[in-house]
Design a protein around this ligand. Sequence first.
Ligand code: GUN
Ligand code: ZN
Length: 433
Amino acid sequence: ETKAIRALRGRLLWFVDDPDAAGDAAYRYIADGLLVMADGLIASVGEAAQLLATLPPGAEIVDHRPHLIMPGFIDAHIHMPQTQVVASYGAQLMDWLNRYTFVEEQKLAQQGHPEKLARFFLDELLANGTTTAAVYCSVHPQSAQAFFAESERRNTRMVAGKVMMDRNAPEPLTDTAESSYADSKALIARWHGKGRQLYAITPRFAVTSTPEQLAAAGRLAAEHPDCHVQTHINENQAEIAFACELYLKAADYAGIYEDFGLLGPKSLMGHCIHMTKREWRAFAQAGAVAVFCPTSNLFLGSGLFDWDRARREGVRVAVATDIGGGTSYSMLRTMAEAYKILQLQGQSLSAFAALHAITRGNAVALGLDHWVGSLEPGHEADVVVLDTAATRAMAHRLETVRDLAEELFVLVTLGDERNVAATYVAGEAIASH
Ligand code: GUN
Ligand code: ZN
């Protein structure tokens, strides 16, 4: 039996280390490279001149020259039920939740609506070159069921969970401590580790959970230490005041999650903008991940994430769109906004650091770097093909770039889904855009 072998030819770029630590040794760039894929995995990678001769007869070669070939992008925090909330006017976090988000999320109770959103959502992620994401579904168990079923059909590597919330939300959007535990447990049994699907225990945030529900979430995390935990923290001053008022015995906002066993190495903590010294320390000690959501933090007026501080405190950072608080599905656009947020604080972000963050960096932060985020043999063959000259303005600007670093900085600063020439999931091309 001969295996289907497909090889992509083009300019290969991927990371083997963090550019902040390893500099130029952090990346691999092959100007005329070949990426050989078989059985959904990367079989080999190298110079086209050498590898072409090793291909068996009948192997398919897709010539993507002169495009860039990179590992598929990873989005560490995004809300599936908010695809029709994005771009809602004039509110900061708590009003935005009440006026727009909690209204729209109720529609996922309607027959067929979660399925429709899941199809749109995965189409949109893949069109943007995003092949892995950590996804919030709605409070309805069928929203997670619909998402996982659609992701399994497409064979995408996804992390997702049913939101748990049992207070401070409209009644139709609330579960209970007991039902959220039982429903999450059933979804874990059904989906965690099924094909490429992974479960994230998802208490929305301390404001919308009773202590009983956070305890139930903590119990789930202890019973399923290989599942992620995802939640929100320290995004907005009114939110922080509300959370701390609800949990008077906690040391601070992070202390709430700590007290219930929800701050650990698999915890993806959305936002982390307004952090105390003790909270940074608690994150570092727990190995928890701070998830930076640039377009959301600007759009909701939440504040400026301090990446240098996280680095100094030894806290791992992931980056994310946070649709629909965020305003773009594109991880390129997301990093362009990250650059500006850091500029406002006298910090910087090279193109290599930005492209590392949305591939290997996020894979490491999610603990999935043995599977995704790299073109090294053995990794899953999730790939994005990028045309750096896709728009008139970018083609024009590229006339003056002198080296790879400058070209990549133009890509990160001006790029979006128009630059995605193709996306491959487990070695298979998805329908072109
Ligand atoms: N905090 C609690 N829920 C949410 C949400 O849906 N989006 C954002 N940005 N913050 C939150
Ligand atoms: Zn969010």
